[in-house]
Design a binder for this molecule. Structure first.
Ligand code: 5RP
Length: 226
């Protein structure tokens, strides 16, 4: 496997080139979005960008943004001009799986409100169909989580509660995550509706029809998908 870090950075720089002074910017979460936040910070520090306000999609991105000198505000009802974020799977029509980094709920809340959602990734995230490589993260409330997991298993049989150690993984919102195994080729719009209608489910990592474009970097260069 080649070193993906330079590729992630290259994709991030292409997206940051779309950020203009005065914009309210959705700041994604993860190892690729980190490069975008750092670059926006660099441009603000150098004076190339002014009056930028960031809205962070996780506590980690909030902390990083402040560290690199960005003004960060909470999400409010005003639209964002642009949001830049990574993804775990990118289908040819730009449907996405997100949330392996655990920030899916704040990402969806923030990015739904953005005029433009720009995805940045290395080529390992490209799939021909959603569900091909990554599990689908589903954020669930802690109360009665075993019952919610049972309900989810009726809908998507494969999967497990995210539990990296002795305790389940806890999101920034105090919830748990169930990582579902999808069958590629399933009707994901119908699945999204069914999951969202399931008691105990807060949000899913399916981002359907939200992304405007993706910059996907490979050793051959950066591909722009629209
Ligand atoms: C976090 C996310 C991330 O954008 C996604 O997991 C990609 O992360 P990385 O750039 O580290 O591969 O959805 O909730």
């Amino acid at each position: 496997m080649p070193d993906l870090e330079p590729l992630k950075k290259e994709a991030a720089l292409r997206a940051v080139a779309l950020v203009e002074s005065g914009m309210r910017v959705g700041l994604g979460t993860g190892s690729t979005a980190k490069y975008a936040i750092e670059e926006i910070g660099r441009r603000v520090q150098s004076g190339a960008l002014t009056r930028i306000v960031g809205v962070a999609t996780s506590e980690a991105s909030d902390a990083l943004a402040r560290e690199v000198g960005l003004t960060v505000e909470p999400l409010d009802p005003r639209p964002l001009d642009i949001a830049i974020d990574g993804a775990d799977e990118i289908a040819p029509n730009l449907d996405l799986i997100k949330g392996l980094g655990g920030a899916l709920l704040r990402e969806k809340l923030t990015e739904m409100q953005s005029r433009r959602l720009i995805i940045i990734a290395d080529h390992s995230k490209l799939v021909t169909q959603i569900g091909e490589k990554a599990p689908l993260p589903v954020e669930i409330v802690r109360f009665g989580f075993l019952s919610t997991v049972e309900r989810l298993r009726q809908i998507v049989p494969g999967g497990r509660l995210r539990q990296p150690g002795a305790q389940p993984y806890v999101t920034d919102n105090g919830n748990y995550i169930y990582d579902a195994q999808l069958r590629p080729g399933s009707d994901i719009a119908a699945l999204e509706r069914e999951l969202k209608g399931t008691l105990g489910v807060v949000e899913t990592g399916l981002f359907l029809g939200l992304a405007e474009r993706a910059f996907v970097a490979s050793p051959d260069g950066v591909q722009e998908l629209t």
